[in-house]
Write a protein that binds this ligand. Sequence first.
Ligand SMILES: [Zn+2]
Length: 316
Amino acid sequence: MLTTKERYFEQISASLLVRSFMERTPGGTDPYDALRRHVTAARGAGEFGAKPDLGRLMRCRNIDEHLTYVPNAPFDACIQPVGNRYQDGFRIVVNRSRPAVRARFSIAHEICHTFFYELVPEIKYARHTADAGEEHLCNFGAAEFLIPGDLVASDAAKGRPSLQLLESLARKYCVTVETMLLRLRGLGLWKCSLLFWHRMVNGEFVLRKVYGDRKVKWEWEDSSLLSRVWSAEPGRTLSGRMPVTFERSGGASGAQVVHYQIRRRGDVLVCLWSQRTLERQQMPLFTKKLVPMGLGGFASRVPAASGCNEDARLAG
Ligand SMILES: [Zn+2]
C-alpha cells in the first residue's frame, strides 16, 4: 500500500507554489523534506519540547501572538498577512466554536503557511486561490510541530496499539485522536485504522468517518457487535477478531479479518482495528491533568498545551 507521502507526492509537485517553495529551501530534496527543514529550524528557535509553546513559535514567525476570535466561520482558523512582505507580519483568526485541541492544530497549520509567504512572496502576496498542495503540506507540518517523530516513536514503543494508548498519546500531545492515529501511521509506527459509527434515531448505525483504511461501507460479519457495544456499560471496550467486508454498487467488494477494539463515546462508537494483534486494555500510560482551558475572550493568547486534555478525548 502506498504511503501518504507517495500518494500525494505527484499531486502536490504539480503546483508551481510547492515547486518554488521546495527549490528555494536550502537542501530540500522534496516538498515534505523542505517543510520538515523549516519546522525543525523554527522548533529550534522556539526551544520546542514535547509540549510546544505555540505562542513563542508564533513570535518567531512574525505572527501577532494575540489571536483574533470570531464566533462562527466556515474555517477552523486562517492567517492574514498584515502588509505586503513577510517582515510586515501576520495575524491569526480562530473560529471560537471549535474545540481547543482543534484550534491548536489549526494554529500550527497556519504557522506553516508563513514559510510559503516568506519563500514565494510573488504568489502568496498576489491574488491567488487556495493551493491544495500547500494545504496538504501545512497539515503535514502541523503534525511535525505538535507530534515530534522521535518523541512519539519512543512513546509508541511502550506497548502494542490500543484505543487506550491512542487516547493517552492524543492527550499527551494535545491533538485529536484522529490526528494522532494519522501521525502514527505516517511515521510507520502503527498499521491501524480508526472508524466512527453514529447511531441514527431509527437505531441503525452509520459509518461516518474512516481514518487509515478504505472509506467504504464496512460491514461486520456479526452485525450485532455494534448494538452490543452500544448497550455495554459506560467505558467498556469490546475487543476480538472478526471478518469485515464491503460491497460497492459497481460490483467491487473486499474483505479482511481485523483485530478490533471498540467503545461507545456518547452517541458515537469508536473503533480501532488492525490486521495485527492489538494490546490488551491496561492502565493509562500518562497521567491526565484537569486544567481549565481558558479560551474565552477576544484576542486571547494561544491555547496552552497543558490545558486541552479534556478536549483531546474522543468525540462524542
Ligand atoms: Zn491552510
